[in-house]
Design a protein around this ligand. Structure first.
Ligand SMILES: [Zn+2]
Ligand SMILES: [Zn+2]
Ligand SMILES: [Zn+2]
Length: 515
């Protein structure tokens, strides 16, 4: 197969590449072994055409060649050409200087490492670009500052095909690591080389600067240090400092009380367990925070109710670096567990409360989250506030699921009388398949009336069956809060058995089960 290439104006002045194949065999386009296969061109394929004279097929592809050097772009969709970007950066070396050759080389080496349009262009950054400079820590080699970088980093603009500074990167908080001596040593470069230009990592380097007063050189990196204590964040990505957050919680112990020493102590202990920015802050929650309290289960010791928590839980805000209540957590449905204990000082209550997790997805065998403790002011009962994982219908605790298998099987069984294939053996087969459902994402195997299929075409013959393709008007049945069909006009294959007319053989049943 010979490849010819054309570049033409197409459509609304959109530049595209036409790839013309001297083949009249359309199956070549779907051949996985062919490097020009459409299967590899999904990202930038506009369409297919055919030359009416030669009958050759033509692919319309997004322009994939660099306007500047004519070679194929490194990143086709973004029109990013590594060769041209590197040569542009090299040409630009004469337009900036740190005043120190070693520093210049250091920055240049970083710049020439780029091989992706998302990589950071490490720069020489004038010191007057920084605002609000605050010392937050110091060691033998470096003094650490937090600062606001006014203009922020360069980003590749794929429409204009240039690097520019986006508004969204303006006034970014950064960490400045200022070398404690004017004389640059290996230690400065070793420190700088610890950081990376990969934008998805949390150890990014942005550039080098120099304080004009002290003449000290500064490594500019992403915000990595807690302004408050000067230590590196526990979680740089979410700007979360464990020791500072724990100390904030401790300071706040005097601002709330359950009026029961043991309960207070339990909540405090749970709060101090946080180890991750999205762990739950277990709280003392005033009872008037709960609305719409409905009983869903009861035994001799415990009554379980669902309720709406007006304000909802606390979440960590990585910009303000505090916990606050997001609007999206307002009116959250939770479970209240009322304990009929005469004496709440018994260990039973706390043993159970300790069974709950503060992790967002649970941990070990503790899969339900606890949000806090509250108290009914009328009965003085203490109540655990936990995550809602109960089935509304059968009150079963669903643990990891938001889907109740018990209720679903009941629904399917109750529906058996609403459909029939007219053949007892087939009905039994379908019923058996339906009751195998094990996950809310499982498709529900059904009896489908033949008039649900359109555009029936033969696509193959084999064994004792003919295979057709067809469009299924309503599409398959799924479960999402209730049974529903969300993907109509779905293309399906139909298998029709030869001679099957009336005799349902074991072969048919086997094929249905295993296909
Ligand atoms: Zn190029
Ligand atoms: Zn801190
Ligand atoms: Zn249920």
């Amino acid at each position: 197969m010979v490849l010819l290439q054309y570049v033409q104006q197409y459509g609304k002045n959109k530049k595209v590449t036409l790839k013309c194949y001297n083949t009249q065999d359309i199956t070549e386009f779907f051949n996985e072994d062919n490097e020009y296969s459409m299967l590899y061109r999904i990202d930038n394929l506009y369409g297919l055409s055919q030359n009416p004279d030669t009958k050759d097929y033509i692919m319309f592809l997004e322009d994939e060649y660099c306007e500047n050097c004519g070679k194929q772009c490194t990143h086709i969709v973004e029109k990013w050409c590594e060769l041209c970007e590197i040569s542009y950066l090299k040409k630009n070396f004469t337009n900036w200087t740190s005043g120190n050759e070693k520093i210049n080389n250091f920055i240049q080496e970083f710049q020439l490492r780029i091989n992706n349009y998302t990589d950071i262009i490490v720069e020489w950054i004038p010191y007057n670009q920084f605002d609000n400079i605050k010392e937050i820590g110091k060691n033998d080699l470096f003094t650490i500052y937090s600062a606001i970088w006014k203009n922020g980093q360069l980003n590749y603009d794929k429409n204009k095909r240039i690097y520019k500074r986006n508004l969204k990167n303006q006034n970014e908080i950064v960490t400045l690591k200022s070398f404690n001596s004017q004389n640059i040593t290996e230690e400065f470069f070793n420190e700088g080389n610890k950081y990376s230009i990969y934008s998805h990592q949390d150890d990014k380097i942005y550039g080098v600067s120099q304080n004009p007063n002290t003449k000290n050189y500064i490594i500019v990196i992403q915000e990595r240090y807690c302004e408050n204590c000067g230590n590196e964040y526990t979680d740089t990505f979410h700007k979360w400092c464990k020791s500072c957050q724990i100390s904030n919680l401790k300071k706040n112990f005097t601002n709330w009380t359950s009026k029961n020493e043991k309960i207070d102590k339990f909540i405090q202990e749970m709060q101090l367990k946080i180890d991750c920015y999205d762990d739950t802050i277990v709280e003392w929650i005033p009872y008037e925070q709960f609305n719409n309290i409905k009983k869903i289960n009861k035994d001799d010791f415990v009554t379980i109710c669902s309720a709406i928590w007006k304000n909802g839980q606390l979440n960590y805000d990585e910009y303000k670096k505090i916990y606050q209540r997001n609007l999206k957590n307002n009116d959250r449905k939770i479970i209240l567990k009322f304990h009929k204990l005469q004496d709440h000082n018994t260990d039973e209550f706390f043993n159970e409360a300790n069974e709950y997790s503060i992790k967002i997805y649970g941990d070990n065998n503790r899969d339900n989250k606890i949000y806090g403790i509250t108290q009914n002011p009328d009965t003085n009962e203490y109540i655990m506030v936990i995550e809602n994982k109960y089935c509304e219908k059968c009150s079963e605790n669903l643990h990891y699921y938001t889907w109740c298998k018990t209720c679903q099987l009941d629904n399917l069984k109750n529906n058996f009388i609403n459909w029939t294939s007219g053949n007892k053996k087939i009905d039994e087969l379908i019923q058996e398949m339906q009751l195998k459902i094990n996950d809310k994402l499982d498709t529900i195997f059904e009896w489908i009336p033949f008039n649900q299929f359109n555009k029936i075409e033969i696509i193959g013959k084999g064994g004792f069956a003919i295979v057709y393709s067809a469009i299924w008007k309503d599409g398959p049945l799924f479960y999402k809060e209730k049974f529903r069909r969300t993907s109509g006009n779905r293309k399906v294959a139909l298998k029709c058995l030869h001679n099957s007319s009336q005799n349902i053989t074991d072969e048919f049943i086997n094929e249905s089960i295993f296909s």
